[in-house]
Design a protein around this ligand. Structure first.
Ligand code: ATP
Ligand code: MG
Length: 279
């Protein structure tokens, strides 16, 4: 006897263990963000042009491309931060878990609980490390100290910084190094248990050791989260991502498996960019 999965794949119901594993992987990798015909204007300036992208769950998707091509603009559409810019208009759709988030009836607060963001410059609050982490959970109404303590430890461990800060949780986060502050920001993001983490050049201000720590962290995090990262560092994209998007002048030129994009790009403009011929 056979049946069809949600994705229309025909399977034999008497599946072996291997088949089951293969199937669970298919299931794991469903589309979380589906961008269709997205255009965005800052006033009259056409910053994103007919973007079509399907981003899969539990993958790391890297976005590369020269300065000004629209990487930050695109990533900020995914949590609707871009709408804070006066004069922005969009057309097309971005569905997140099958709901069009550009639809104004979608509550932005709900979306941002599910989609966290880490910025280029570490931006901890001028508060203690502990208060930075519990900020989001407190907004969500968690008051019990024991639970908050647990969230703090779990988030800091998740961001690979617990051992470095466990004895100074009540000191100001500003007293940490840049790389540590960035990991505090990642921990703050994890504390609200998002599904997606957007990162806009999260390591560009960091030294190679902190960068490596954050890269290792991303490999760990993708088991539980979907990560979309903008980076100017092509080696970084190659090291950490499953898929890579190459953008140019507001358009997606190429979107493929990372290995393929870097070893055998299908578009001449991608090849020129990754070989350093422009940009
Ligand atoms: N708030 C804004 N108002 C008007 N135009 C903007 C705004 N933000 C970005 N732009 C323009 O939109 C285009 C894309 O900018 P964006 O910041 O997305 O580029 P980017 O690829 O992230 O570049 P970089 O690598 O330098 O960070 C650029 O031409 C930029 O000048
Ligand atoms: Mg940018």
């Amino acid at each position: 006897m056979s049946t069809l999965t949600e994705k229309g794949i025909k399977i034999d119901l008497q599946t072996s263990q291997d088949d089951k594993e293969a199937l669970s992987q298919i299931k794991e990798k469903s589309v979380i963000y589906d961008t269709k015909n997205l255009d965005l204007w800052y006033g009259n300036s056409h910053a994103l042009k007919n973007i079509n992208l399907e981003i899969l769950e539990n993958e790391v998707t890297a976005i590369i491309g020269p300065s000004g091509c629209g990487k930050s603009t695109y990533i900020k559409t995914l949590n609707r931060m871009v709408e804070l810019v006066p004069g922005v208009s969009t057309s097309g759709s971005i569905s997140y878990k099958n709901k069009n988030i550009l639809d104004k009836s979608i509550k932005v607060e709900d979306l941002r609980t599910q989609v966290g963001m880490v910025f280029q410059k570490p931006n901890p609050f001028p508060k203690s490390i502990y208060e930075n982490i519990v900020y989001g959970p407190r907004i969500h109404g968690i008051k019990k100290k024991a639970i908050l303590d647990e969230i703090v430890e779990k988030s800091l461990r998740g961001a690979a910084i617990w051992d470095e800060v466990k004895d100074r949780l009540h000191q100001n986060a500003y007293g940490l190094s840049g790389g540590q502050q960035q990991r505090i920001c990642i921990a703050r993001c994890l504390a609200v248990e998002p599904d997606v983490i957007l990162m806009d050049e999260p390591t560009s201000a960091l030294d190679p050791i902190s960068t490596l720590k954050i890269e290792e962290l991303m490999k760990e995090l993708k088991k539980q989260y979907t990560i979309i990262i903008v980076t100017h560092n092509m080696q970084q994209a190659a090291r950490i991502s499953d898929k890579t998007v190459f953008m140019l002048n507001g358009e997606v030129v190429e979107f493929s498996e990372t290995d393929q994009l870097f070893s055998n790009p299908s578009d001449k403009r991608t090849e020129d960019y990754i070989t350093g011929r422009f940009g």
